[in-house]
Write a protein that binds this ligand. Structure first.
Ligand code: ATP
Length: 875
C-alpha cells in the first residue's frame, strides 16, 4: 500500500458516515465506495487509480474551484461531505524526506444543516439544524440556523414533534441513536436527514458545560430557565457543530426558549392544505408566503416566513405589530423612502456568520460596512413619534460609527470575492502596504521596460516579455530567430529555457532578479493584506452582538414596511384583535385566489362575510352547502388565512374584521391520496379528522372541507354528521364545515350553535352561473351534472347522469325508495344514442314545409312567394 493510500484510509476511518473529499493539488478526489456513490450522484466519470488488496481502486474527482456546486448537489441528496485539505505545501513535505506524504486533515464536515455559503443557501429562507432529546418521557427540540446564529429550544411532546418539524422543515435532525428506529419514518416524511449520535452527545450535564463554555458564562440563568431535556437538546447541537466545524464554532446567539402556547398551533396537514409557505405542487409560487411577500431584504423575507409559520397568540404582541404597520400605512412617503433605503442593505447576518467560521471574504466585510451605514441612514429616517416597536428598532440600528469608519477607511469600494489574492485594502490605509505595493508596481514597470531594451539589443521587433505560471517572466521570440538567439554574442545575455512549436523562450539574469524582487514585494503586500483582513474580522466579531441587533431591527422594519405596503396596495384592513372567541369578518377575500384571478382573467373576486363568533362556552359552527365549483373551499380557506395573517402581524384582506385570538388552526380536506405513506385515501382523511377531534380546544378554529367523501355515501354522511356533533358538543370551537350531504342541513335546526350557509348560483336555461356569494340558508341541489358538462364530459354520459339523477330524486320524493328505484335502472343498459344534433332551420324553410301546393290558388301562391322572400330578406 502506498503511504498516501495509508493516510487516506486512516482519515477515512475517522469519518465513516461521510464522503471524503481528499485534496490532491487542484482536485478533491474520492476513492472506493465514496467514489462509486459520488460519481452516480454527481453524474461524473468513475475512473480507477492503483490497486488495493489486488482489486482496482475506484476513483472520481471534482476541481477545487468548482467544488461548491458539487457540494450543493451532494448535500441536497442527503450526503455528508468531509473536506480533507492539504495542511502544508509539497515543498514542506519534501523537507521531511523524499517519500513523505503531504500532511492532510479534515477541516470541516459539510452537512445539509450546517451550510453557510451563499451559493448553497436560499437567501430568503432559514436553514435549520435540529436536535431532538428525550428524558423520561419529556421531550425537547432545539434548532439553530448557523448562517444567522439564531438558536431556539422548545419543550415538545413526541406526538407534537411532526408539527414542529413541519413548521421548521430542517434538512437535518440529530437524535440519540437509541431513538433512531422510532424517528426514521417521521424524518423521512419531512424530507430531513436523520443523524443518530451517541448518548454522550445528549448528556444534559455536558450540554450545560458546553453552553457555558460557548458563551463564556458561569451560569445559563441569564438566558432563561432551561430544564434538563432542553439543555440536552441544545448541548447536542453545540457538540455536533464542534465536530463538523472542527472546533471552529460559528457565532451563535444565546438560546431563546419558546414557551408552549406562544405560537398558534398549526399541524403539518393544515400547513399543507392552507399552502402557507409551499403550494400543493411543492414550490413557493402560489403559496400565501409568495403572495404576501413585499419584503426587499433577505433578512426581512426570512422573518416573514418565520412569522407566517408561527403566528403569535399573544394579544399584546399582535397589537404591537399592527400598531407599527398602521403607522407606516399612514405615511406613504416614509414607507417609500424606507423601502428604497432597505433595498441597499446587504445580508449582515450571513456575512457575520461566515466571518466567524473563517469562511468569509472581503465582500463579507463590505456587506457589514454597507449594511451598518445603511442602518444609520434608516434610523435617521424614523421619527421618534412612531410606535414603540419601531422606535426600539431605530435605536438598535445606531452606534456602529466606529466600525463603519474603520471599514470605510480600510476597504476599497468593490473588493474581490476572495481574500487570497489581495487587492481589497484601500490605498492610504496602511503605509507599509502602500510601500510594498509601490515596489511591486515599480518592478512591473521595470520588467515592461526590459522589452524595449532587449528589442534594441537583438534587433528583433517581435520580441516580447511575457509571464505564465510555469516559467514566471520570460523573453520570447518567434522560432525563426532561434539560431541568432542561441549563438554568441546573444547567449551572453539570454539563457535558453524552452522551445515550443512556434517560439523560443529565454530568461536573463536581470529579469530573474527583477522578478524575485517583484515577487517578494508582491507576497509581502499580500501578507500585509491578510493581516489587515484578520484585524478587520476581529473588529467585526467583537461587536457581533450589536451587529446582530441591527440586522434583526432591519428585518423587522422591512417586514413592517412590507405589510404596510401590502395593506395599501391591496386594500387590506387592520383586524380588531380581542381576548374572546369572536370571529366576524366583513367582505373578506382569499389573497391567493384573488391575485390569481386578477393575473389570469382580470376577473374580480367576490368578497364574503363570515359571522362565526362563539358565545359563552358554546361552539360556533357554520355548515356550508353549495354546488361544486361555487367557491366553498375558497371561502373556508380565506377565513383561516385571515386569522393566520392577523396573528402574524399583517393586516387582512377584508373590509372589517374582529377576531378573538385563535390558539390552534386546523384545516382538512376530504380524500387526498397519500400513496407515498401507503395509506388509503379514506384512512388519511380519518386519521386527520381524529387528530382534530382529539385536540381542538375552545379557542381553535377548524375548517373541514367535505369530510367523509372518501367512502360510501351513507358511511360518509354518518361520519360527517357525528364529527360535526362532536365539534359542537365536545370541542366547542369555531368551525366551518363544507359538505355535499344536503341531509346535514337539518342539523342546524337541532344544534344551538350551528347555522347553515350556502354559496349562491343562478340556473340559467339549464346552465349554472357561479355568483360566488355566501348567504345564509341551505343549497337546494348540487348542480354536479351541470358542472360536469362544463368540464367537457361527453354528452351521452351527461344525458345518462341526468337520467340516473331524476330516478334517484323521484325515489327520494316517494319516501326513501332509493334502492328499488335504482334497480329499475338497468345498470348495463346500452347507452342512450347520442342526442341528435338539431340544427336550427330557417323560419322560411319551416313555413315552406307547411305548404300544401294543391290547395293554393294562384294568387295565394304568389303572395306566399312574396312572404317567403320577405322572410329571407329579414334574415
Ligand atoms: N369569492 C369568489 N370570487 C370569485 N371567484 C371565486 C370565488 N370563490 C371561488 N372562486 C372561483 O371558483 C373556483 C372554485 O372554487 P372552489 O374550489 O372554492 O369551489 P368549491 O365549491 O369548493 O368546489 P368543489 O365542491 O367542487 O370542491 C376557484 O378556483 C375560483 O376561481
Amino acid at each position: 500500500m502506498t503511504p498516501m493510500m495509508a493516510q487516506y484510509l486512516k482519515i477515512k476511518s475517522d469519518h465513516p458516515g461521510a464522503i471524503l473529499f481528499y485534496r490532491m493539488g487542484d482536485f478533491y478526489e474520492m476513492f472506493f465506495d465514496d467514489a462509486v456513490a459520488a460519481a452516480a450522484a454527481l453524474d461524473i466519470a468513475l475512473t480507477k487509480r492503483g490497486k488495493h488488496e489486488g482489486a482496482d481502486i475506484p476513483m472520481c474527482g471534482v476541481p477545487v474551484h468548482a467544488a461548491e456546486g458539487y457540494l450543493l448537489t451532494l448535500t441536497r441528496k442527503g450526503f455528508r461531505v468531509a473536506i480533507c485539505e492539504q495542511l502544508e505545501n509539497p515543498a514542506e513535505a519534501k523537507k521531511r524526506g523524499y517519500k513523505a506524504v503531504v500532511k492532510r486533515g479534515v477541516t470541516r464536515v459539510v452537512t445539509p444543516g450546517t451550510l453557510t455559503e451563499d451559493s448553497l443557501l436560499d437567501a430568503r429562507r432559514h436553514n435549520y439544524l435540529a436536535a431532538w432529546a428525550e428524558i423520561r418521557g419529556t421531550g425537547a427540540l432545539a434548532w439553530v440556523d448557523i448562517s444567522t446564529g439564531e438558536m431556539t429550544v422548545a419543550p415538545c411532546k413526541r406526538v407534537m414533534l411532526p408539527h414542529l418539524l413541519s413548521r421548521l422543515s430542517p434538512p437535518e435532525i440529530l437524535c440519540p441513536d437509541a431513538l433512531e428506529p422510532e424517528l426514521r419514518g417521521m424524518a423521512e416524511e419531512t424530507g430531513a436527514a436523520l443523524v443518530p449520535l451517541g448518548a454522550a452527545s445528549f448528556d444534559s450535564e455536558s450540554g450545560q458545560a458546553r453552553l457555558k463554555a460557548l458563551y463564556a458564562v458561569a451560569s445559563l440563568d441569564a438566558f432563561g430557565q432551561f430544564d434538563r431535556v432542553e439543555t440536552a437538546a441544545l448541548g447536542a447541537l453545540v457538540n455536533y457543530l464542534e465536530i463538523t466545524q472542527k472546533g471552529k464554532l460559528p457565532l451563535i446567539r444565546p438560546p431563546v426558549r419558546e414557551a408552549p402556547g406562544g405560537a398558534m398551533a398549526i399541524d403539518a396537514a393544515t400547513r399543507r392544505n392552507l399552502e402557507i409557505t409551499q403550494s400543493l405542487s411543492g414550490g413557493r409560487n402560489g403559496s400565501l408566503l409568495a403572495t404576501v411577500d413585499r419584503t426587499v431584504t433577505a433578512g426581512g423575507a426570512r422573518l416573514l416566513e418565520r412569522r407566517l409559520s408561527a403566528p403569535s397568540q399573544d394579544l399584546a404582541e399582535i397589537r404591537d405589530r399592527h400598531d407599527a404597520v398602521e403607522a407606516l400605512l399612514d405615511n406613504p412617503r416614509l414607507r417609500d423612502d424606507l423601502r428604497d433605503a432597505l433595498k441597499r442593505a446587504p445580508d449582515m447576518d450571513r456575512a457575520l456568520s461566515r466571518l466567524s467560521l473563517d469562511r468569509g471574504g472581503p465582500r463579507d466585510l463590505t456587506a457589514l460596512r454597507d449594511g451598518l451605514a445603511q442602518a444609520g441612514t434608516i434610523a435617521a429616517m424614523l421619527p421618534d413619534d412612531l410606535p414603540e416597536r419601531l422606535v426600539r428598532a431605530a435605536q438598535d440600528l445606531l452606534g456602529h460609527e466606529a466600525l463603519t469608519d474603520l471599514l470605510d477607511e480600510a476597504l476599497v469600494a468593490d473588493p474581490p470575492l476572495l481574500a487570497r489574492d489581495g487587492g481589497f485594502v484601500a490605498t492610504g490605509y496602511d503605509t507599509a502596504l502602500d510601500e510594498a505595493r509601490t515596489l511591486r508596481d515599480k518592478g512591473r514597470g521595470l520588467i515592461a521596460g526590459l522589452q524595449a531594451q532587449y528589442t534594441k539589443l537583438t534587433g528583433i521587433g517581435s520580441l516580447k516579455v511575457k509571464h505564465n505560471n510555469v516559467l514566471g517572466y520570460f523573453v520570447e521570440t518567434p522560432a525563426t530567430h532561434s539560431t541568432r538567439m542561441t549563438s554568441e554574442p546573444l547567449t551572453e545575455t539570454f539563457i535558453h529555457r524552452q522551445t515550443t512549436a512556434n517560439a523560443i523562450r529565454f530568461t536573463t539574469v536581470e529579469l530573474s532578479e527583477l522578478e524575485r524582487g517583484l515577487l517578494n514585494a508582491g507576497s509581502h503586500a499580500l501578507e500585509l493584506e491578510k493581516q489587515i483582513f484578520a484585524r478587520l474580522c476581529r473588529a467585526c466579531l467583537d461587536t457581533a452582538a450589536s451587529i446582530g441587533h441591527a440586522a434583526r431591527a432591519l428585518a423587522e422594519i422591512d417586514l413592517t414596511t412590507g405589510f404596510a405596503d401590502l395593506a395599501a396596495g391591496s386594500d387590506w384592513t387592520r383586524p380588531r384583535m380581542e381576548d374572546s372567541r369572536a370571529f366576524d369578518v366583513r367582505a373578506g377575500r382569499h389573497p391567493v385566489v384573488e391575485a390569481a384571478l386578477a393575473r389570469q382573467s382580470g376577473a374580480s373576486f367576490v368578497a364574503n362575510d363570515c359571522a362565526l363568533s362563539a358565545e359563552d362556552d358554546g361552539a360556533a359552527i357554520c355548515l356550508l352547502t353549495g354546488p361544486n365549483m361555487a367557491g366553498k373551499s375558497t371561502w373556508l380557506r380565506q377565513n383561516a388565512l385571515i386569522a393566520l395573517l392577523a396573528q402574524s402581524g399583517a393586516f387582512v384582506p377584508a373590509r372589517e374584521a374582529r377576531i378573538g385570538t385563535v390558539s390552534q388552526l386546523f384545516s382538512r380536506v376530504g380524500a387526498a391520496d397519500d400513496l407515498a405513506r401507503g395509506r388509503s385515501t379514506f384512512m388519511v382523511e380519518m386519521v386527520e379528522t381524529a387528530a382534530i377531534l382529539n385536540q381542538a380546544d375552545t379557542r381553535a378554529l377548524v375548517i373541514l372541507d367535505e369530510i367523509g367523501r372518501g367512502t360510501a355515501t351513507y358511511d360518509g354522511l354518518s361520519i360527517a354528521w357525528a364529527t360535526l356533533e362532536h365539534l359542537h358538543n365536545v370541542n366547542r370551537c369555531r368551525a366551518l364545515f363544507a359538505t355535499h350531504y344536503h341531509e346535514m342541513t337539518t342539523l342546524a335546526e337541532k344544534l344551538d350553535h350551528a347555522s347553515n350557509a350556502t354559496v349562491a348560483v343562478k340556473d340559467w336555461e339549464g346552465e349554472v352561473i357561479f355568483l360566488h356569494e355566501v348567504r345564509p340558508g341551505a343549497a337546494d341541489r348540487s348542480y354536479g351534472v351541470q358542472v360536469a358538462k362544463l368540464a367537457g364530459l361527453p354528452a351521452p354520459v351527461i344525458a345518462r347522469a341526468r337520467q340516473v339523477l331524476e330516478t334517484l330524486e323521484a325515489g327520494d320524493r316517494e319516501g326513501g325508495k332509493r334502492a328499488p328505484m335504482l334497480d329499475d335502472l338497468p345498470l348495463f343498459a346500452a347507452p342512450p344514442p347520442p342526442a341528435p344534433v338539431v340544427e336550427k332551420t330557417h323560419p322560411a324553410v319551416d313555413r315552406l314545409a307547411e305548404v300544401q301546393p294543391d290547395q293554393l290558388t294562384p294568387i295565394q301562391a304568389l303572395s306566399l312567394l312574396y312572404e317567403l322572400r320577405g322572410m329571407v330578406r329579414d334574415g
